[in-house]
Structure formats: structure tokens, C-alpha cells
Design a protein around this ligand. Structure first.
Ligand code: DC
Length: 237
């Protein structure tokens, strides 16, 4: 009986659990989103992967990255899927092929902002992300969506919204720790440029969504960030 009650309450707890995490690059949101999703046993919706997949497809097809109409057309035609394996591992599939590694190359990272600032492309991807979210609620009871506009545009009715931030210097340091060959000053400059671009772009700029819990991760490690997110989710139940 106790077991049944526990099971029931877990299911109840999980039903319709939609969590969004937005924030700038290096704020810790990707790792935190993965860890939070794992702790709650729900899916991780990495929406940056959808922008990266369109960028990769455009680079491969040799499409001009400022041609909104051609890129919107492309975004509507390609098949992007996030496949979930054991332990929440996500494979990114583009037209049936695994591109999980290709979408993380410097070429794609450096060029994804072109597609991310186009209204036509965003409209296609926002609809795609909502569809993916709907499927994930059915399959795993909920999801943690991570990106730049998840709480503000894509899932404004999310159960819990987070906005993660950190100082430019700490974010640059974290990036350098991931890429030992990187030059700190260069990474810092790139982060500042990216922040400026993300927060001032005309379409879906990076903002703190209404009702979001803002967490400054400057002086926190990833375990502390995940614990704080979990604490906030539990207190919101
Ligand atoms: O989070 P990321 O580095 O994987 O994102 C890749 C690109 O997509 C980056 O230019 C920011 C953009 N992006 C966005 O505009 N909106 C999102 N919801 C997610 C990512």
C-alpha cells in the first residue's frame, strides 16, 4: 500500500512537469539542465541543438547564412530529431543521421547566431520545440527545456522557470576549462560579443522571463547549482 502510494505520488509529482532554463553561454545551464532532468527522471530538451542542426544543414548545402527565405525553407524541410537513450543521453539526428558531434564544431558554433536571429527560422523551430515538448510530456512526464527563449516565448506557461547567469570572467574561465587550448582573453572577448548580440537582437532577445527564478552561478559549482534548482522545483510543488 505504502509502495503504491509512493508510486502514485511520484507519478502525480511528475505529471505535467515543464521546467525552463534560460541564460547566456557559460552560465552553466546545459550541465544543470541535464543533471536536473536526470534527478527528476524527466527529459532534457536541448533547444540549442535545433539551431545548431539548421546551421549545419545550411553550411553543408552552401546556403548564404543571411538569406532568410532560403534558411526558413530549409528549416521547414529538414528532419530534426532528438533521440533519448539510457540515462537521458540525447542523440541529435538530422535527416536520419547522427550529427551529435558535428553540431558542436567551432564552425557551427561560430555561425549559429546567423540562423538564430531570423524570424522565419525561429517560427519553424519554436513550433518544432513545442511539438517535441508535447511528445516528451507524453513519454516521460515532462522535460527541462534549455535555451534563450524557453520561459519567455516557447513555454511561457512552464511550471518552473529559471534564468541562470554568471560573470563574464567566470563564464570565460569555464569555457577555457572545457577547451584547454583556448586563449582566455580571446574567449572573454567572444563571450562579451555574444552577450551583446543575444540580448540586443530584434527577435527573441535573451531576457529574464517573467516569473523566472534568477540564479547567479558565479560562485557556485555545478553540484550547488543543481541542488538549488532541485530545491526550487520541490518548493514550487
Ligand atoms: O545553447 P547553444 O550554444 O547550443 O545555442 C546555439 C545557438 O542557438 C546560439 O547562437 C544561441 C541560439 N539559441 C537561441 O537563439 N535560442 C534557443 N532557444 C537556443 C539557442
Amino acid at each position: 500500500m505504502l509502495l503504491a502510494l509512493h508510486y502514485w505520488s511520484k507519478m502525480e509529482y511528475k505529471s505535467r512537469m515543464i521546467i525552463t532554463i534560460d541564460g547566456p553561454a557559460g552560465s552553466g545551464k546545459s550541465t544543470a539542465a541535464k543533471k536536473l532532468a536526470k534527478a527528476l527522471d524527466i527529459a532534457h530538451l536541448d533547444t540549442g541543438a535545433t539551431y545548431r542542426a539548421v546551421t549545419l544543414a545550411a553550411l553543408r548545402a552552401g546556403i548564404d547564412l543571411e538569406d532568410e527565405s532560403a534558411l526558413t525553407d530549409l528549416a521547414g524541410k529538414i528532419d530534426i530529431r532528438l533521440e533519448y537513450g539510457q540515462g537521458g543521453q540525447v542523440r541529435v539526428m538530422l535527416d536520419g543521421k547522427d550529427v551529435s558531434r558535428e553540431i558542436r564544431t567551432a564552425d557551427v558554433s561560430d555561425n549559429s547566431h546567423y540562423v538564430a536571429c531570423l524570424t522565419g527560422v525561429r517560427d519553424v523551430l519554436v513550433a518544432m520545440q513545442r511539438r517535441m515538448g508535447g511528445e516528451l510530456v507524453g513519454e516521460s512526464g515532462g522535460f527541462v527545456a534549455e535555451g534563450r527563449d524557453q520561459g519567455s516565448v516557447v513555454f511561457p506557461d512552464a511550471d518552473v522557470k529559471f534564468y541562470l547567469d554568471a560573470s563574464c570572467e567566470v563564464r570565460a574561465r569555464r569555457r577555457c576549462d572545457e577547451m584547454p587550448d583556448a586563449d582566455y582573453e580571446q574567449v572573454l572577448r567572444a563571450i562579451r560579443t555574444r552577450d551583446e548580440r543575444d540580448s540586443t537582437r530584434a527577435v527573441a532577445p535573451l531576457i529574464k522571463p517573467d516569473g523566472a527564478v534568477v540564479i547567479d552561478t558565479t560562485d557556485m559549482n555545478i553540484e550547488e547549482v543543481t541542488a538549488e534548482l532541485l530545491r526550487q522545483v520541490r518548493s514550487a510543488q
